[in-house]
Design a protein around this ligand. Structure first.
Ligand code: GTP
Ligand code: MG
Length: 610
């Protein structure tokens, strides 16, 4: 085997490209901002990857086929913290060329290593040994999750490692605030926000690798199965730290994609009949879940949620830190993912706006990671898409228009639902709307501040509001299962909260502009900035934003303190003088309020979570 290895720095998804796209508003209607990855020559990819046809952009199907193939050639290795990276790579490259690798930090250092050839993984696994612990308690399930040991010198070498391992978590709010505060315009802030939180190239690779590791478990029963990520891990709207939604795809085995048999003799498998499709899905997930819990290293805390509308097993994958939801027979959700991905690739403003609105909603508690009566990220994304369809001219087409543009290969009917839409980007006409992301954000708040939720339903299939078919406070038609409401869970109080926040944010974005000279801004951004430096004028302006603090303090039960003070500036002074953590917050609100008011929306987002 060749003993060479390559040390490559992976590009972060979309970094830089988002900014470039913003600078070229006129061209971004025809360009994607997706990941650049080397084409894998799988049959499926060749069939669906009509790159030229798609103006350089790949269908989600093609991206997934490539990524899955890369993940199959990859291993995940837990390393000791002071590992010498070059030595490690040299050691591994005895098994074959390494195509890509990266190190990351998650309660220890891990390495993801992608070999150039599949045989290298087999060779590496062949050479790995079983740990010398009390042998009887070991579950002898060998996987591509390994640990590196240094049996010569112990594992506590004090030499610093040559490369820093990146965490796979979202940056802290302080980091994001710093980045945002350096921007000159709302458009730049939206871009920064997206770039700070979006999934990195490494994180996406890790997600596919975790799916591939789990596929190895399921393959014990269903050797031809695949496990595909769906949802925000792959639709382009994922934020660092989002869950990993997985789909156990048995279509290749279950007859979904089988050819009609030719006349004459043939052999058929004898298969056991389940009571219903749902019962079969529940049984499969239950058994695979048991295997994951008992055999799969790194998977802990499994819960079976088999009676949900979409049965699933939920667990944590410790080495990656991902919260995983494994589903089966969930092809409509896969189609929704494909649709969202297509919209995100059509125009970069879609991703920017979805990201910003999702972030805004999360920090204001409109959405939550805990299931409940809140608006979900999926519903919110559909709301953004609907808003973009309603622009004049529209920024994205309706789902019916996408269906009408579909070719024969795009035809898809799942459980009686028409899920057909075009996959060829080149066939989708766009209408040349040149609104900036900042304008769109403001218009989004305006739009939903006065949307007639009591009478009308949101429908991205038609791109116009429809009469509400049921009494639910919020009605968002499921794009593919059109009789269903994706926001059925949302109660009146949560909808009211959403519209109130839209009204407040719309109001903030309409306030008159007060520009601060650059020299003053520098002073405010500097670490020496204290209450003594703040002029009365700034206090007055900053008070325009104090409702955010007010809201925070109401939650903390500080109403009495507020009632004692009638003048907003006194409140600010009080906070700044006596409550250290709020110095920064006031400082930011002073800065924000002195800028173009639209900045405030983004900053408010951040402020609310401090
Ligand atoms: P986050 O996990 O919150 O980052 O977003 P997500 O888009 O991944 O949402 P979630 O994990 O809740 O759901 C995963 C995917 O399932 C979504 O992206 C959709 O494709 C699909 N999905 C979720 N909820 C619904 C629903 O109510 N109806 C339909 N048709 N699909 C849904
Ligand atoms: Mg998800």
């Amino acid at each position: 085997m060749a003993a060479s290895y390559t040390v490559c720095r992976l590009q972060t998804r979309g970094r830089g490209s988002v900014a470039k796209c913003l600078r070229r508003v006129d061209t971004f209607l025809h360009r994607g901002i997706g990941t650049k990855v080397v084409a894998a020559q799988t049959e499926a990819a060749v069939k669906h990857d009509s790159v030229e046809k798609n103006d350089g952009r790949k269908s989600l199907y093609a991206v997934q086929a490539e990524r899955q193939e890369q993940a199959e050639r990859s291993v995940l290795i837990s390393c000791y913290s002071r590992i010498k990276h070059n030595m490690f790579l040299k050691y591994l490259s005895r098994h074959g060329d390494i195509k890509k690798h990266f190190f990351y930090e998650n309660n220890g250092v891990y390495a993801v290593v992608e070999f150039a050839r599949q045989e290298s993984v087999a060779s590496l696994l062949e050479g790995a040994s079983i740990p010398r612990v009390s042998q009887e308690s070991v579950v002898p399930f060998k996987s591509r999750l390994l640990s590196l040991r240094n049996l010569d010198s112990g594992e506590s070498s004090n030499r610093p490692s040559s490369q820093r391992a990146q965490p796979q978590t979202a940056p802290t709010i302080n980091d994001v605030m710093q980045r945002l505060s350096k921007q000159e315009s709302i458009d730049q802030q939206i871009t920064q926000l997206t770039e700070a939180y979006q999934l990195t190239e490494e994180n996406i690779s890790l997600r596919y690798l975790v799916c591939s590791l789990l596929k190895d478990v399921a393959a014990g029963y269903f050797p031809e199965c695949t496990i595909k990520p769906f949802g925000s891990s792959v639709n382009g709207f994922g934020k660092l730290g989002c869950d990993l939604d997985m789909f156990l795809d048995l279509d290749g085995i279950s007859g979904q994609n089988m050819k009609m048999p030719t006349p004459g003799l043939c052999l058929e498998y004898q298969l056991k009949m389940g009571n219903s499709e749902r019962a079969t899905t529940q049984n499969i997930l239950s058994v695979i879940g048991e295997c994951v819990e008992h055999f799969a290293p790194g998977c802990v805390g499994l819960h079976k949620i088999l009676n949900a509308r979409c049965p699933l097993v939920r667990f944590a994958h410790q080495p990656s830190g991902f919260q995983c939801d494994l589903t089966a027979n969930n092809r409509v959700a896969m189609k929704s993912t494909e649709l969202l991905y297509l919209y995100g690739e059509l125009d970069p403003r879609v991703r920017l706006l979805v990201f910003t609105v999702r972030c805004w909603a999360r920090t204001h508690g409109v959405t939550s990671s805990i299931p409940g009566a809140w608006i979900t990220n999926f519903s919110l994304t559909v709301m953004v898409l609907f808003f973009l369809q309603k622009r004049s001219p529209p920024i994205i087409p309706t789902l019916d228009e996408l269906r009408d543009l579909a070719g024969p290969a795009d035809k898809s009917v799942i459980e009686g639902n028409d899920c057909t839409f075009v996959s060829d980007f080149g066939n989708i006409p766009l209408h040349g709307n040149t609104a900036t992301p900042g304008q769109l954000l403001r218009e989004f708040f305006d739009f939903y501040a006065s949307f007639p939720f009591n009478k009308m339903s949101i429908c991205i299939r038609k791109g116009t509001e429809q009469n509400k078919p049921e009494v639910a406070p919020l009605h968002i038609q499921n794009p593919f299962e059109t009789s269903l409401n994706v926001s059925k869970n949302v109660n009146a109080a949560q909808l009211q909260r959403f519209t109130a926040l839209c009204q407040e944010s719309a109001w903030l974005s309409c306030q008159s502009q007060t520009m601060m000279p650059k020299s003053k801004r520098k002073m405010i951004e500097s670490d020496e900035f204290t209450s003594r430096n703040i002029s009365r004028t700034f206090w007055g302006v900053s008070c325009g934003l104090i409702w955010i603090l007010f809201e925070h303090f109401i939650r903390e039960g500080w109403q009495e303190k507020f009632q004692e003070r009638s003048v907003w500036s006194n409140i600010c002074g009080h906070l700044l003088a006596h409550i250290h953590p709020f110095r920064k917050l006031i400082r930011i609100s002073v800065y924000v309020s002195s800028q173009e008011p639209r900045h405030a929306i983004i900053f408010c987002t951040a402020l609310n979570v401090l």
